[in-house]
Ligand binder design. Sequence first.
Ligand code: ZN
Length: 629
Amino acid sequence: MPAFSYFIVMQFRQYIALVALFLSQLVYAQVKLPVPLNIAAAYNQQTRSPDGSPGKNYWQNTADYTIKVDFDPSTRLLKGTMAIRYINNSPDTLHEVWFKLYPNLYKKDSPRETKVSASDFTDGVAIQQFVMNNKALDVSRLNIDGTNMIVPAEILSRQTTHFQIAWSYTLNKGSHVRTGQVDTGAFFIAYFFPRIAVYDDIDGWNENPYLGSAEFYNDFCSFNVEISVPKDYAVWATGDLDNAADVLQPGIYKRVQQAGQSDSVVNVITEADLQQSAVTTGASPWKFTASNVTDFAFAISNHYVWKAGSLVVDKQSGRRTRVDVVFNPRHNDYNEVVNYARKTVEVMSYTFPKWPFPYPHETIFDGLDQMEYPMMVNDNPLADKEATITLTDHEIFHTMFPFYMGVNETKYGWMDEGWATIGEWLISPCIDPAIVDDYGVKPYEKNAGSERDLPIMTLTTQQKDPAFYLNSYPKPAFGYLYVKDMLGDELFTKALHYYIRQWNGKHPMPYDFFNCMNTGAGQNMNWFWKRWFFDNGFPDLAIRNVKKAGSQYTVIIESVGGKPVPIDVTVYFSDQTVQKIHRSIACWKAGNKQVTIEFSSDKKVDKVVLGSTYVPDVNKRDNVYKVRL
Ligand SMILES: [Zn+2]
């Protein structure tokens, strides 16, 4: 074709494409996400904005917790006193204050969704003193209902209220649900103090009881915590250890300082140190402070070794994060965890989500769970290297969601677990290129489209497995991955950073996320959000036909299940070579049921195969097309 007529044809094609684009945008600009009334009210009150940013009337409450706890490993009795300064930033008068007594998960008569052995039942949290604004309440008349405690109050908007509380409970020995005894000399202690529930612009008080399955929702608060433990016990916690020079022996203290400046790994506590009782000075308490975090957890041990190393997480400021891995020296699998953890922090800071790791340190503690806390992780040892890597990066990735971004995990598990899932999919191969992390893919393929498969937007509190698992982990992770694939890394990162900047340190809801991504990417992706997060349907593509005209091949792909998934086609030629063809979810934007893929080749095609690791498909029998042309 001569260049001139080619130019005319191209112009005409571009014109047609522009008209088509305009028409499709006309149609798809109309896609509106269904907004429930309690969310719509937030837009009317301008606490949230349609563009995804916090509204001009956005508010959230906060508190300063000054806590003193004493823990006796031999009896597992935890005794605490604390002062809370609570600030009601809402426009409302609060007629009651809801507290969370998380250790009541183990109280004999508490409702719960996780199993607790009868031998691990406790009497729950005993409150010895409860003072509100210098007025003591009769503790025998406190209204305690499972893990909730409701206290009558009269707190005006913008008013500050002071509480003083003394409490105690016995830490669980078995039935380890995110906290408890690890062995006779190691304990992971979380959710250990009565704390004020979130009061927000969507629901008012978070009345959802903690039942052991759905996770947490906490306000950003400051913590000043003093922890007393017997000599020879070292303490690791959320926040900075302010009196490290007093509680650690000089040699150990020096190594911690060194690790904070060193790119290589330092053995801070060795087995020899433990044998010589040369770790702690015996001074007590251990003093920690943390500000603007959603929770405070700590772990103690008298026989764990400690490996640490740090890295620059922000090249502009030179700020470093220290990674601490603390474990039973008999668990050899843990020796490499410090390297996996350092690499995770590096990839998070520079590749995905490409955001400087927001905290000064991160402790991975050898425990009995697979659970995240601000600046802390409680991970069981695993014999398998791949499982160790994927677990380590998954839990550390939670630093961003839900801790830096204060999402309501109780209602929207997908706003944190979905991110940790795509986090481990993307980061694990950076640690070990041999890994193909397909966490959650097969369970989704097994259940997708069945009556057990509910829309992701179903509240987490209203789900049980397998819907609970699928909607928290793989399904949202696919959603994020597909948008990343459609936008490309640069634009996706720009959109995600827009969301992170708007909402870090705050409480984003699903609509804030969708709207921020639309605004940040500069394109309305409601067509996809609606079909992936709200609608029914299942991932199932089929090859309906492969046609040949001269050297031109045409492959007809049909979406049987209606869920928009990327298309990965592998063409196998008779000379043993292959060609891969990829289409992002954008190819389904118009609501079309079929997509036509064309390629030209002079070689003979044997077969065409659909599918790849991250494209689940409930029926794979129609994914292979043997070509007999
Ligand atoms: Zn997780």
